[in-house]
Design a protein. Structure first.
Length: 72
């Protein structure tokens, strides 16, 4: 989405991050190397959450992107 599309669909989202208690972040389109770095950090974070849930005997599935979901 372009910046103007985001602003028209989600007014104020680029200023306040998406709303109260929102943990999402808007990231500018960048070269694949930066995107890989972001994906790797997310993967490490989710793996930590999965390990913690497993130790507590709970289930945790690492979230997929829509593209991954529909390609599976």
């Amino acid at each position: 989405m372009t910046q103007s599309q985001v602003e028209s669909k989600y007014p104020g989202a680029l200023r306040d991050g998406g709303g109260f208690n929102c943990r999402h972040q808007w990231v500018a389109l960048s070269p694949k190397t930066q995107n890989r770095d972001i994906q790797q950090r997310a993967k490490v974070a989710y793996q930590g959450m999965a390990d913690k849930a497993r130790r507590k005997g709970r289930a945790f599935n690492i979230p997929q992107t829509l593209e991954q979901y529909y390609n599976d």
